[in-house]
Ligand binder design. Structure first.
Ligand code: GRF
Length: 201
């Protein structure tokens, strides 16, 4: 792949996965650069992480627009203005508008804190995922990186890594161990895309 991959990250809260991606770019693990961070939440700590690394930030909330089309147009014009080649969702709590998914088909990734297709879909986010895993008595859970399409948590799975569930796990302890694996798997997967080893078609 010629030149550095230009990456936009969408994040709504803490942004620890954003941090892992920034670190991966800074260390050279990823032949890419995070050039834009977009959040719907102006209080997201992810925005602060971006600023610390001199990454441009934008707060764009769907609430400011009359329609999904207008929201999508704003996102599309910003993504085009920054020549974005890859979009990484990292704890982005809003549904990506369909027009953006169509325009960036196979170029939007998401990270999910479970082994999809299990424990995915609407309502399966944050601590709820880990609560559901424990309630189901699962022996293992994990992390999934997948392509985003029109259906929640549905697109092509690019990478998965397993995490063992311990008998004494709480949702919080499980979340913490899964998060540590997220911070490894997301940069590793984006690095493979940036180097051309993993193709998004
Ligand atoms: C992660 O668990 C991620 O898998 C999910 O949302 C969480 C975001 O955490 N989609 P952070 O904001 O990256 O710390």
């Amino acid at each position: 792949m010629a030149g550095k991959l230009r990456i936009a990250v969408f994040a709504s809260h803490g942004g620890s996965n954003l941090q892992a991606l920034i670190d991966g770019c800074v260390s050279g693990q990823i032949a890419g650069e995070i050039v834009l961070v977009i959040s719907n939440n102006r209080k997201a700590y992810a925005l602060e992480r971006a600023r610390i690394h001199q990454v441009e930030t934008l707060v764009i909330s769907d609430m400011e627009f009359d329609s999904e089309t207008a929201f999508a147009q704003e996102l599309l014009s910003q993504l085009a203005a920054h020549s974005i080649g890859l979009i990484c969702l990292a704890g982005y709590m809003k549904k990506m508008p369909i027009d953006v998914i169509r325009a960036y088909r196979n170029r939007i990734l998401n990270i999910h804190p479970a082994l999809l297709p299990k424990f995915g879909g609407k309502g399966m986010y944050g601590i709820h995922v880990h609560e559901a895993v424990l309630a189901a008595g699962e022996k293992e859970t994990g992390v999934t990186i997948h392509v985003v399409d029109e259906v929640y948590d549905n697109g092509r799975i690019l990478a998965q890594r397993r995490v063992q569930v311990n008998p004494d796990d709480t949702p919080e302890s499980l979340q913490q161990r899964v998060l540590e694996i997220e911070h490894q798997l997301y940069p590793e997967t984006v690095a493979k895309i940036a180097s051309g080893e993993l193709r998004l078609e």
